[in-house]
Design a protein around this ligand. Structure first.
Ligand SMILES: Cc1cc2nc3c(=O)[nH]c(=O)nc-3n(C[C@H](O)[C@H](O)[C@H](O)COP(=O)(O)O)c2cc1C
Ligand code: SF4
Length: 359
């Protein structure tokens, strides 16, 4: 079976990825309450780097306290967070893997008891799952959070991150602005629902120079009144025009959670068709994710030009050496699709995996 393409290096802007395999953002909730790197987090990422990923996206990392998605995410809202991440990134880099980050603000898809602040969103409409009423952001709030993204990106770069992903997927704050499901504004940010995001990209670009910027989006939200491919094709073009080098294609929101980390019963490569359509619409590299369970299948996606990079998450949570073992033809410890790692759905505080108890 071919694995030729997936193991090829890829040049994006200023960096060279040694292969096309990405460990995507995976909010394990393993940081300290104040968002600092812990030993447990370091061990998780060190193994994943030794496991042969081309790129690891550390995070998601909250850009501000009011944007924290859970109790213990990493944070980058202060220079104090830089040294811990610097050490972590240097350990990832030592293994030949490019260290990147995913930056996020949770918007209305969190709880004020968790953040300690009122929730904020594009419009004052509660998330159907979290059910807490957010405040509609005014212009000052918009500018403050855009600056938070830019400052967090600058700190990430200072710490050694070589790739900056901005989390516009899954209905969090940026995704909430993009979608007619959650953005009912009548001002310029409602008329052009991508404006909040494109302004963030421009502000981040000014702070990170030629470091590649990736935008993760839900190419289909799979909800009535939400984003469909015909919308996200145009959105992706606007993001690239604003300076994005890479688009990462995901799907779903909290209201369509089965698409965020889809069960295997939804199909292998369940969202590959979305990645392909976005790739055909933009002049940028595209990351494809969701139920990519073997390097052979990953290679097929890339060889058929449906994406440029593949994100493989749960198979690497179950076995951080999934990539190297697959290359050597050794058996991997398989993800059983048990859903245990989706800790928040079970009322647990952080990730655990029966296949990888040491994670
Ligand atoms: C526990 C858990 C936490 C996740 N956290 C994030 C996150 O912070 N940001 C993000 O963009 N995706 C997140 N994801 C989604 C993954 O990046 C990935 O897109 C998804 O699991 C599908 O890929 P897979 O089939 O290879 O697991 C998370 C997934 C899981 C299981
Ligand atoms: S907890 Fe279950 S679904 Fe999650 S990675 Fe481990 S085996 Fe897979």
């Amino acid at each position: 079976m071919s694995r030729r393409k997936v193991l090829e290096p890829l040049d994006i802007g200023s960096i060279r990825l040694p292969n096309r395999i990405v460990f995507p953002a995976f909010q394990a909730n393993y940081a300290t309450k104040d968002g600092f790197v812990t030993e447990r987090l370091t061990q998780m990422y060190e193994k994943l780097a030794q496991g042969g990923n081309g790129l690891i996206l550390v995070g998601s990392i909250a850009v501000s306290d009011d944007g924290a998605p859970n109790t213990n995410p990493l944070r980058l809202n202060s220079d104090k967070h830089i040294p811990g991440l610097k050490e972590l990134f240097s350990k990832i880099k030592k293994e030949g893997t490019v260290p990147g980050v995913q930056l996020m603000h949770a918007g209305r898809q969190t709880l004020s008891v968790m953040t300690g602040y009122p929730l904020v969103a594009a419009s004052a409409i509660p998330c159907p799952v979290m059910k807490e009423m957010p405040l509609e952001l005014d212009n000052n709030g918009i500018i403050r959070i855009q600056e938070d993204f830019a400052s967090a990106a600058a700190r990430a770069k200072k710490a050694g991150a070589e790739f900056i992903e901005l989390h516009g997927a899954f209905g969090y704050l940026i995704g909430g602005f993009l979608s007619p499901f959650s953005n009912k504004r009548t001002d310029e940010y409602g008329k052009d629902k991508a404006l909040f995001f494109t302004e963030i990209i421009e502000k981040v670009r000014k702070r990170v120079g030629n470091t590649p910027i990736c935008c993760r989006i839900s190419a289909d939200e799979y909800i009535e009144g939400g984003l469909r491919l015909e919308d996200t094709r145009n959105i992706a073009k606007k993001l690239v025009d604003a300076g994005a080098d890479v688009i990462s294609v995901a799907a779903g929101t909290y209201a369509s959670m089965d698409h965020m980390s889809p069960k295997l019963s939804m199909g292998i490569g369940v969202h590959v068709h979305l990645a392909k359509e976005i790739r055909n619409s933009v002049n940028a590299a595209v990351i494809c994710s969701d139920n990519i369970r073997s390097l052979e299948f990953a290679d097929k996606i890339l060889s058929e030009k449906k994406a440029d990079l593949v994100a493989i998450c749960r198979p690497q949570v179950a076995d951080p050496f999934f990539v190297t073992k697959s290359i050597r033809g050794e058996p991997v410890i398989e993800c059983m699709d048990c859903g245990n790692c989706l800790y928040f759905l079970r009322g647990e505080n952080w990730v655990s995996c029966p296949q990888n108890p040491g994670i």
